[in-house]
Design a binder for this molecule. Sequence first.
Ligand code: PLP
Length: 438
Amino acid sequence: MPNTPNELDAYWMPFTANRAFKARPRMITGASGMHLDTPDGRRLLDATSGLYCVNAGHGRFEIVQAIQRQAATLDYAPAFQYGHPAAFELAQRLALLAPGDLDHVLMASSGSEAVETALKVALACHKARGEGGRTRLIGRERGYHGVGFGGISVGGMVANRRAFGTMLAGVDHLPTTYSREHQAFSKGEPEWGAHLADDLTRLIGLHDASTIAAVIVEPVAGSTGCLAPPKGYLERLRKLTQDAGILLIFDEVITAFGRLGHAFAAERYGVVPDMICFAKGVSNGAVPMSGVMVRTPIHEALMTGPQHMVELFHGHTYSGHPLSVAASLATLDVYRDDGLFERARSLEDPFAGIMMSLKDAPHVADIRTIGLMCGIDLTPDPQKPGAKGYAMIEHTFHQSGLYVRVAGDTLVVAPSLIATETDLAQIRDRIARSLAAI
Ligand SMILES: Cc1ncc(COP(=O)(O)O)c(C=O)c1O
């Protein structure tokens, strides 16, 4: 039949090898706890909490119920100039969880939107303070900050940038903190590399601090394969930015809500940034939700002008959506009641040991662990970079009963915080089985 699309054609899948997927699909039709279900009745162990978001495990009854109840009571409330009480309750709870005076919350739906929001607030804040010349944004090589134009501009992943033109003007980058030579097979924060923060001094020398609005980094770079901050690095970055009047933004879209054993990674490092982007784990992935925690002086700088006027011309139809808020409130209850952040802390060492035991498996070039997160670099096929990674996607799904996130030739393991040591060992065994087979 000419021109009849096959039934998978219409959906252009995100960050997916569409043609290969549609030739041999990997469908998921159900989920509970640590598992994903396939249409042919198999159960896959979920090694990456979906996409680092299902931190409390799949199908949590309390969260499902909260969403159902909310949908039946208030499906939507206009987000601009009107409010609904639960959004204020959630903001207050997040402010209590966040360190220091990160006491104000802007809400959105995705990590990308949270990043765009934080970058815009940085610019608006400087302008309100009479420092409108501070427009430059500094990201970092190998950083991932979503897919908006701000995010890909400050981001440092070439594949996400090269097709999309010149992006934002006035952006520069710090060097990546990763060096295999100095950090191979690191558990936790590597000893080497704190000095890399000093590159900010070079950028200040080049551009002058008076032109720089903000520095944005992930405390642990997630999407480029779990790159932990060297010991002392984030502290140094905080001091340098503070001394130069530059705002520091932590993109904690992955690291918040338990991944590193705390509500926010900022707490683990004893560093209070000026803003924190969050998403993913805040709602356990059940409904899209994200936001930005903002320090009080930034909020105050923008609370000016006539009372009847909008102070910040920014927001989304779905900012503080009732279902997202309900899911998030229920999720925070689960984290608290089940002690999941503490659980992540207690699993960090056994997890590191279990993952490091893959050191001598075929193809493994490096393994890095921190919190409940682990990057495993495979030696790429020089003729076909990414081919081994894709072979792992296929083999783990079809043969080993495992779902694991693969980016290029790197596997990222980030199990839910409910994982048992048996689950972790099974994840290791299934990865080993696929590594031996590809
Ligand atoms: C650190 C970081 N920032 C931003 C994003 C973008 O989030 P989203 O895919 O929800 O737009 C991600 C997604 O993985 C992320 O890891």
